[in-house]
Design a protein around this ligand. Structure first.
Ligand code: ZN
Length: 695
């Protein structure tokens, strides 16, 4: 299982929807998140149950009191350390936005753009009063399509840089194709990647699966198309909805599977401009590319080559009017949040409630911040980091990153089984890795961006077009390995295989992951192990598909891969033993690559911590030695409480083991035994030969 996201590492999708915003004060949040912040201790003593024996019940020892006292809120299925940092960031952003709201920023400044965009989005009264007027010009544009060449041109004009198969792994676009711009998979030039698109539901399985729940969703989706068109005042909605739905069934059949999408090797294939016409006849590619502002591009990465062929053929075979109705529906559907509230509510009833089970729409203010993040991410990110991420924190984490990288290199050198050629490649990859800390070196320039205080729809369209043009400007230039793919104000982190780079946004650099007032023992045990985890993903069996320059090339020898897999099997067996519910075990194989990253990340972070002491004895603080604080910090990063149904679902389907078992990674670390005097006979004791060392 591929995993480049720390969000995914911490059980991803859940963090996208965080708790309520708005009224909470940042100071209360801080108090709730880290009661000991500021004391220099870093770890939360109040979370611990020191009556538990670390060698028998480690998680109870580090988190027992928190677990006893914490209730999962009614609107959530789990709470975790990650969620806490997310709540805090939400409160910070709300406070920042409130300051901007009260201010009178200079016209044309980023503050002004953020303010106007936010206010226009928030003003549902104005949005309702405007009705369908803002979108009218687009609907007229679709209505005027008179032949297939004009259709190709409009399809091209809709294309945006809205997918990402490598970094954030987002394969969904409602446009017929999606674009992603970076270095070609096999290296060399920066090219546009062309991905399949055109579906309103998340992926082809929703259309083609025989699962009864999927069949129900299809019925609901067809009805939703009709309801949305009706609410938008489009005539003959019943007939049109059926035709749009039927067309999407054909598009779904033309799509590659999700599994294929995630297989980079299947994707690799450079096409020239001419290849599209000869290999994928049907669509008027010249008209299409010209309208997509890609007319001058000579080389493309055809990410879904088979699907491109089939989708192009569909443009020729399906009636013009159906394509026009399909365009109308998707233009409304993708803009529903900035169209009259009856459309927005219909959209949520399908996408929120039917598709994900959410019962209540998030507050508009929170959604407005989300829209600013999506449309003016760096403008808000700059303001956020100016206020909440001091240069001293950045410098300190950069130093930690350098030390952890150095520790990795040393560990690679020390591996007995690895061939020298593989070692050399692995070391080169770590040494050349670009690690972005907090925020990008260069913020995106929004100086050309107009924001209309009265037209939220126009603002959204302008943002998408502006971002698309910024991505297109990269084509033909050398790859910028320092480009960021995540907002600074997001509690997350990401591994960028083609750039051989990592992004660690500022928002994750806070308790319980990072505490500037705490010493290195805490910070290496917390954020340090997260950094180590992400670095190790760059050269495990998935990361090994890309070399130090970001080109897709396998640099492992077969013998090395075999030995790596042997060490991995031991770790899989270790996790197979864990039994959260009677008869239900953690799946060691399913969670393997994440557990490997935990073992490797913890070991490298500890090495780096020791190196940071520079031969000196670590201070004892509040009765805890340096090593003790290091490991307790790690245990508290995995603080988590989930409802039983959520936990069972995670165990069955997720590549990440539940937090309480990830915390037990310490069993594989010799210094942990010494730090807590863990002896043979204790429940968590592993004989030295059974402790897994992957790197
Ligand atoms: Zn991971």
């Amino acid at each position: 299982m591929r995993s480049r996201l720390v969000a995914a590492l911490l059980l991803g999708a859940a963090i996208v929807t965080l708790g309520p915003l708005g009224c909470k004060q940042a100071s209360n949040q801080e108090a709730a998140v880290a009661s000991t912040q500021g004391t220099g201790l870093g770890i939360n003593k109040a979370w611990m149950d020191t009556s538990a024996k670390p060698g028998d019940d480690w998680y109870e020892y580090t988190d027992g009191t928190w677990l006893k006292n914490t209730e999962v809120p009614a609107d959530r299925s789990r709470v975790s350390a990650f969620w806490m940092a997310g709540e805090k960031t939400d409160a910070q952003l709300a406070s920042l936005m409130s300051d901007i709201e009260k201010s009178s920023p200079t016209a044309g400044s980023n503050e002004a753009r953020v303010k106007l965009f936010y206010e226009a989005y928030l003003n549902t009264q104005a949005i309702d009063a405007a009705g369908m007027a803002p979108i009218q010009a687009d609907l007229v544009r679709f209505d005027a399509i008179g032949n297939k060449q004009q259709l190709a041109s409009v399809l091209g004009s809709q294309i945006r840089a809205d997918v990402d198969p490598l970094n954030n792994t987002n394969f969904q676009t409602e446009n017929l194709f999606g674009v992603f711009v970076t270095q070609a998979l096999k290296g060399g030039q920066v090219v546009p990647y062309i991905l399949q698109g055109g579906l309103g539901m998340p992926e082809r399985e929703y259309y083609l699966s025989s699962d009864p729940k999927m069949a129900q969703l299809r019925t609901a989706y067809r009805q939703y198309i009709e309801d949305l068109l009706t609410a938008a005042g489009i005539g003959d909605a019943t007939t049109k909805a059926q035709k749009v739905y039927d067309l999407e069934m054909k598009i779904a059949k033309a799509h590659n599977t999700r599994e294929d999408s995630e297989n980079w090797k299947k994707a690799s294939g450079l096409w020239s401009r001419q290849d599209f016409a000869t290999k994928a006849p049907g669509l008027d590619w010249t008209a299409f590319f010209n309208a997509a502002q890609l007319g001058g591009v000579k080389t493309f990465e055809a990410y879904h080559p088979d699907a491109i062929v089939r989708l192009s053929a569909l443009v020729a075979s399906e009636p013009l009017d159906v394509w026009k109705d399909w365009l109308v529906f998707h233009q409304i559907n993708t803009s529903a949040d900035v169209l009259p509230s009856k459309l927005d509510s219909l959209h949520f009833a399908f996408y929120g409630t039917k598709l994900t089970g959410a019962e209540q729409q998030r507050p508009r203010a929170k959604r407005a911040i989300g829209a600013v993040n999506a449309s003016l991410g760096d403008a808000l990110g700059k303001l956020y980091t100016d206020k909440y991420f001091p240069a001293s924190s950045k410098a300190r984490i950069q130093q930690m990153v350098a030390n952890i990288k150095a520790a990795f290199v040393k560990r690679i050198d020390a591996i007995e089984w690895m061939a020298p050629s593989t070692k050399a490649e692995a070391k080169k990859k770590v040494e050349n890795m670009v690690v972005g800390v907090g925020y990008p070196d260069t913020w995106r320039d929004y100086s050309g961006r107009q924001v209309d205080p009265k037209n939220a729809y126009a603002n959204l369209q302008a943002a998408n077009l502006y971002n698309y043009k910024q991505q297109l400007a990269k084509i033909g230039k050398p790859m910028d390995r320092h480009e960021w793919w995540m907002n600074a104000q997001l509690v997350n982190a990401v591994n960028l295989p083609v750039q051989n780079a990592l992004n660690f946004p500022a928002a994750i650099m806070q308790p319980p992951f990072f505490d500037p007032s705490a010493d290195d023992a805490f910070n290496y045990g917390a954020i340090g192990t997260v950094i180590g985890h992400e670095i190790s993903h760059s050269f495990d069996n998935n990361g090994a598909e890309f070399d130090a320059t970001g080109a897709m090339r396998n640099w492992w020898t077969d013998a090395d891969r075999k030995k790596f897999e042997q060490a991995a099997t031991a770790l899989a067996n270790q996790f197979d033993q864990y039994e959260p519910f009677p008869g239900l075990h953690v799946n060691g194989k399913l969670t393997l690559s994440e557990n490997i990253a935990d073992v490797a990340g913890l070991a490298a972070a500890h090495d780096a911590y020791l190196a940071s002491l520079d031969g000196k004895e670590a201070p004892t603080i509040d009765g805890f030695s340096g090593d003790q604080r290091f490991y307790i910090a790690f245990g508290q990063v995995w603080t988590e409480k989930a409802r039983e149904a959520a936990e069972r679902k995670q165990i069955a389907t997720d590549g990440h083991a539940p937090g309480q078992y990830r915390a037990l990674t310490v069993r594989n670390q010799d210094p942990w035994y010494k730090a807590f005097d863990v002896q043979p006979g204790q429940k968590l004791y592993l004989a030295p030969g059974k402790r897994v060392k992957v790197w």
